[in-house]
Design a protein. Structure first.
Length: 87
């Protein structure tokens, strides 16, 4: 093989990440607390997600799930929300 010159830039180190990452399991109570925190005035979803070491997209998903549950049956929303988040 011939050497390639790309203007003096050379690759000095390569990291190979192997294995599978484990997904965390969140309890319904933990999810409910995080979602409730994300609705606090003055806090952003990204800020809350960083605080709990989760991606903002996951927190938005949990918020949508809560919203969907509230729209279906507002009277039993608290119990239904906890059960839904527990899945």
């Amino acid at each position: 093989m011939a050497d390639c010159d790309v203007g003096g830039d050379t690759l000095r180190r390569v990291e190979a990440i192997t294995g599978t990452g484990r997904r965390r399991r969140w309890s319904a109570v933990a999810k409910a607390r995080i979602v409730a925190e994300s609705f606090e005035p003055g806090l952003s979803v990204s800020e809350v997600a960083r605080r709990h070491d989760i991606r903002p997209g996951l927190l938005f998903l949990w918020r949508r799930q809560v919203d969907k549950s509230l729209r279906r049956e507002p009277k039993a929303a608290t119990v239904r929300t906890i059960r839904y988040l527990c899945r």
